[in-house]
Design a protein around this ligand. Structure first.
Ligand code: S6P
Ligand code: ZN
Length: 186
């Protein structure tokens, strides 16, 4: 076969997740996340996370790679988190490699099962197809992780925007606490 791409190398700072050369950067602010938190997501311009993506074609022959830098913070008692998504092609899987900070990876199936996994420096999370995933920063420093996933996975945000995850992770008296999401609809 004729190769589609030439080899290339990107340098990653393993503590900050920053990539060199700096690839495509997407920013998510509280104003982008209305309806996902139980409380009011204010102020709208507050940065919550950045996703630095290495651009490759969205084909199942490729591997998409990105780092996520998720700031520490709270909306009410709910920790800063990513929007969360199913892959548009549901059976596409992914791995996360934790680089810095203290987090949780919340996963859920369409039939309402959920799991909470650790996400910190040294964790390798395997996210099988069919599991929606959201990362949550429960610490006081940025949560940084590297993601690699099947190139044509795509992202379905609408399903999570409509139904939420079955649980939320909030700051409790003894630390991060899992509570039922009262707005969850299966
Ligand atoms: C992509 C992978 C991550 C997330 C990123 C932001 O499949 O899971 O790169 O895109 O952590 O989360 P979200 O839910 O806003 O895409
Ligand atoms: Zn994903």
């Amino acid at each position: 076969m004729q190769p589609r791409l030439d080899p290339f190398t990107v340098f990653m700072d393993l503590r900050t997740g920053l990539l060199d050369p700096l690839p495509v950067v997407a920013e998510r602010r509280l104003g982008d996340m209305r309806g996902l938190y139980a409380g009011e997501a204010e102020p709208a311009d507050q940065l919550v996370y950045r996703v630095l993506s290495i651009p490759v074609p969205e084909l199942n022959s490729e591997i998409q790679c990105s780092t996520t830098i998720l700031e520490p913070g709270l909306v009410g008692d709910e920790y800063f988190m990513t929007k969360g998504h199913f892959h548009a092609v549901r059976d596409r899987s992914e791995i996360y490699i934790g680089l810095a900070g203290e987090g949780r990876l919340l996963l859920a199936t369409e039939d309402g099962r959920h799991r909470l996994e650790p996400l910190r420096a040294g964790t390798v999370n395997y996210i099988p197809g069919g599991w929606a995933h959201r990362s949550i920063n429960v610490g006081s420093d940025p949560l940084v992780f590297f993601a690699a996933y099947v190139g044509d996975a795509g992202h379905d945000y609408e399903t999570i925007e409509g139904r939420g995850f079955p649980v939320r992770v909030v700051r409790g008296e003894t630390g991060p606490t899992v509570v039922i999401n009262q707005r969850y609809r299966r």
